[in-house]
Structures are given as structure tokens and as C-alpha cells.
Design a binder for this molecule. Structure first.
Ligand SMILES: Cc1cc2nc3c(=O)[nH]c(=O)nc-3n(C[C@H](O)[C@H](O)[C@H](O)COP(=O)(O)O)c2cc1C
Length: 440
């Protein structure tokens, strides 16, 4: 049986996937998008300030380390903002909001990652989080060829994360003496070498920085393959996931909690946080019109290339108003969770190619909704109260207007109904997420 939660949760976890170009592909074409400012600190600092004023738990920066998407004119996930550098700048401009950044275990070293996230945690007063990814692309930029298979990527990731956590723990919490009289700044007995010799890494340790304020920065993971979920359930504090429908989210939520308990952890020690893309307007009809306007910015031919590239199937002969024949899809589970989301939408949901292109460009497999703030809040509360999630990662469809609607209309609606905080409760991200500080 699941033990009672140590910190009863009565409100949602709310973070935002910070994609300044807008989560909806090509939404940067909308007038007022600030598309010329992508890469500038002031633009992303304005969005982050809005998020902090709305009391969101954290801003989350994804990261990919290749320019492949630019060749099909897709800038949505492009790495305009390198996570550690932008979060360090945002740490100086904010006081309370959590700062979650992506770093791939395929392209760094545990000692570097441990120092970068410990540094962010120290300089932000305990607000850092690390989204652990293994990356599917970008290997050619790091002396490699194509991506190793998931089992191998996640084997490396598991060792990488284990060593990184042990580096954070390699200083005891009371190692610093700063004793002017004796001249002892640090007690060497508080520093523990690792002498780690593993399959992928040999790391002597200890790290050369005091233990982070949170003990360990918050660990976020979004793997949906078997080895991905294994890593997430073993180490993560927060699980990001793409769930198109409530019933699927409920299944995932239940499965993840069982997996976490099978690792000897309390089910409530992780927060399961699916994404949602809300398109908000004052009336339901205006929201539908806004969704149609955003879809109107899409280049359908680029969309066709995107669908055929993502799903790795030939659809050159399919008309936009036809459906992709079911036999062109593979049922191989190793194709990944997003593949199967779109296979299902096409085969069972009977979407035409045009509908599939719009759906993919709009929310990449996450649930989405067009409606008033009240209607979107109703749906979120329904998921939250029926065992589908612990909160949401808010995907702003377009910026800055779509994010203003989230922060100024949707979040206040959730606050008024008692499902979200009015004020930050603690000083660290762990405090606000009601997560325990790990012992060294
Ligand atoms: C909300 C969310 C954000 C993600 N952000 C990134 C990212 O920034 N960079 C990346 O390479 N992968 C990202 N991913 C992909 C996951 O790390 C993971 O590769 C994907 O969910 C497939 O799972 P698998 O790796 O176990 O096959 C993200 C996934 C989700 C659901």
C-alpha cells in the first residue's frame, strides 16, 4: 500500500516549457511575436518575470545540440538559449522561481555537470533543476555517428547520474568551517573522494564546490522507453511526459507510481507532470478562431516532411485530406512513445494528413485545448483530481501573448479555485515542490 504523503499536496505543480519562439510551430510569424529578439536576454527575462509573478514553480529550458530542424524551417526547439548560461543570467534577475535546464548525458561529463548545476544552485539560492536527457540526435557534432540504441544511452546515463549525485554528496553539509582563528576554511574530513571506476567514467572526486543548497538540484526526467522509465523511476524527482488523453495519463501515472515503489521509493517522492498546450481567449469561439489562425501560419509541405521524418514513413503520395494507410505504420514499441501517439491519432482517431500535421505542429503529442481560461482550468482540475497527474508543464502556444493569457488568466483561475498557490511557500525549488532535501 502507498504510504501517506509526508507533505500533503493540495495544489498543482506548474512549470513552463520556455520556448520563446512559441510551442506552436511557426507561431513566431504572428504579429507581435518578438521573433527578432530570439537569443536576447531581455525577451526571455520578460517571460520569466511573468512566470515568477504568476508564482509558477519553475521555468524549464529544453535543449538540443544540432541544427537539423532549421533545414526544414522549424525553429521551435532550436537552441537559441544554452540552458546553463541563460539560467545563470535569469538567476540574477529573479528571486523565487525554479530554474530547470536540460543537459545530455551523451555529450558532457559528470564532473562538469555536477559543477554546473551545483554552481547554478548556489548562485540562485537553491533553485536549480536538471532535466536529464540522453539525446536522439546531435552525435555527429561530438565525434560520433548516429545515436546508440536506447539501452546503451541509458546505461551511460544511469552511471552519469549516479556519479553526479555522488559528487554533490562528496562534501558533507557541515564541511565548511571558515574559522579565522585556526585558519581552517574546510574540514578535510568532510570531503569524500569517490574513486569511481565504472564502465563509462573514472572519477576520483571529490567535487571542488560545497554541497548545493538543495543537497542535490531537482532531477527531472522524461524517458518513456523501458530503460528511460527505469532511470526516471530510480532517480527523478519530477517526470515530464507527453500524454494526449486523460485515460492514457491515468495509466502512465499509475504505472510510474508502481515503478517508483518497486525501486524502494515512496510513490509520492516523484511528481508526474504532463505537458498541456492551452489556447486561451475570452470566449470559446474566439479560442477556436485563434487555434485556426495559428494553424494558418503552418507550411503544410514542411509539415508533411516533418511527419514523414518523425514517423520515418513515406507519405509523398498521400493527399492532405487523405489518411495514411494503417499498414504503413509499424507496431514496434521501440519506435518510441511519440511515434505511437501519432500512429494512434491517424489509425484510431482517423485524422487526415492535414489534421495530423496541424496536431503535430500544435502540441507534439501533448494534450491541447482551445477555450476560455475557465474551461481550460476545468480540464486541468479534472486531470489533477482523477489521478492523471500532479500538475502540468505549461506550453505557451505563442509568445508573448499566449503566455500572458496563461499567466494573467489561466493561473489566476486556478488560484481562485484553490488549486494553485497565491505565494511562494519556500525559498528553494524543493521547498516549493514539497520535495525532501536528500541527505548527503
Ligand atoms: C516535456 C519534455 C521535454 C523534453 N525535453 C527534451 C530536451 O530538451 N532535449 C532532448 O533531447 N529530449 C527532450 N525530451 C525527450 C526525452 O528526454 C525522451 O528522449 C523522450 O521522452 C523519449 O523517451 P526515451 O528517450 O526513453 O525513448 C523531452 C521530453 C518531454 C516529454
Amino acid at each position: 500500500m502507498t504510504a501517506a504523503p509526508k507533505h500533503p499536496t493540495n495544489h498543482m505543480v506548474l512549470t513552463t516549457f520556455m520556448l520563446p519562439a512559441g510551442y506552436h510551430r511557426d507561431s513566431w510569424r504572428r504579429p507581435g511575436s518578438r521573433a527578432e529578439e530570439l537569443g536576447n536576454l531581455s525577451f526571455v527575462a520578460d517571460l520569466t518575470q511573468m512566470a515568477e509573478d504568476a508564482k509558477l514553480d519553475a521555468v524549464f529550458f529544453g535543449d538540443i545540440v544540432h541544427a537539423n530542424n532549421l533545414f526544414r524551417n522549424d525553429i521551435m526547439m532550436n537552441g537559441f538559449y544554452e540552458p546553463i548560461s541563460v539560467l545563470s543570467a535569469l538567476a540574477a534577475r529573479t528571486k523565487n522561481i525554479g530554474l530547470i535546464g536540460t543537459m545530455s548525458t551523451s555529450f558532457s561529463e559528470p564532473y562538469n555537470a555536477a559543477r554546473q548545476f551545483a554552481g547554478l544552485d548556489h548562485m540562485s539560492g537553491g533553485r536549480a533543476g536538471w532535466n536529464i536527457v540522453t539525446s536522439r540526435d546531435g552525435f555527429a557534432n561530438f565525434g560520433g555517428d548516429s545515436a546508440p540504441d536506447p539501452a546503451q544511452r541509458y546505461e551511460r546515463a544511469a552511471e552519469f547520474v549516479d556519479v553526479t549525485m555522488r559528487l554533490w554528496d562528496s562534501w558533507s553539509d557541515d564541511a565548511i568551517r571558515a574559522d579565522r582563528e585556526s585558519g581552517v576554511w574546510v574540514d578535510p574530513a568532510g570531503l569524500k573522494p569517490l574513486n569511481h571506476q565504472g564502465r563509462f567514467y573514472n572519477v576520483q572526486g571529490p567535487i571542488n564546490m560545497p554541497r548545493p543548497p538543495q543537497g542535490r538540484p531537482v532531477l527531472v526526467q522524461a524517458g518513456s522507453s523501458v530503460p528511460g522509465m527505469d532511470l526516471g523511476s530510480s532517480v527523478a524527482d519530477v517526470i515530464y511526459t507527453a500524454q494526449p488523453r486523460k485515460e492514457q495519463a491515468q495509466d502512465f501515472y499509475a504505472k510510474m507510481r508502481v515503478l517508483v515503489e518497486s525501486k524502494g521509493r515512496k510513490a509520492d517522492s516523484i511528481k508526474v507532470v504532463p505537458g498541456i498546450l492551452p489556447i486561451i481567449a475570452d470566449t470559446a469561439q474566439e479560442a477556436e478562431e485563434l487555434a485556426a489562425e495559428l494553424a494558418g501560419y503552418l507550411d503544410l509541405d514542411a509539415g508533411r516532411r516533418q511527419i514523414s521524418g518523425d514517423l520515418k514513413i513515406d507519405i509523398d503520395d498521400i493527399g492532405f485530406d487523405e489518411r495514411i494507410p494503417a499498414e504503413r505504420f509499424s507496431e514496434d514499441p521501440d519506435r518510441g512513445s511519440r511515434y505511437h501517439i501519432f500512429r494512434k491519432k491517424s489509425v484510431e482517431g482517423q485524422m487526415t494528413l492535414r489534421e495530423l500535421i496541424v496536431d503535430r505542429a500544435r502540441s507534439t503529442g501533448h494534450t491541447w485545448m482551445a477555450g476560455t481560461a475557465g474551461q481550460v482550468a476545468d480540464a486541468m482540475i479534472d486531470w489533477f483530481t482523477s489521478g492523471a497527474c500532479d500538475g502540468f508543464n505549461l506550453n505557451s502556444p505563442f509568445n508573448p501573448g499566449g503566455f500572458e493569457a496563461i499567466c494573467h488568466k489561466l493561473v489566476p483561475e486556478l488560484q481562485e479555485r484553490g488549486y494553485f498557490r497565491q505565494e511562494y511557500e519556500g525559498t528553494t525549488l524543493r521547498d516549493n515542490l514539497k520535495l525532501d532535501r536528500p541527505a548527503a
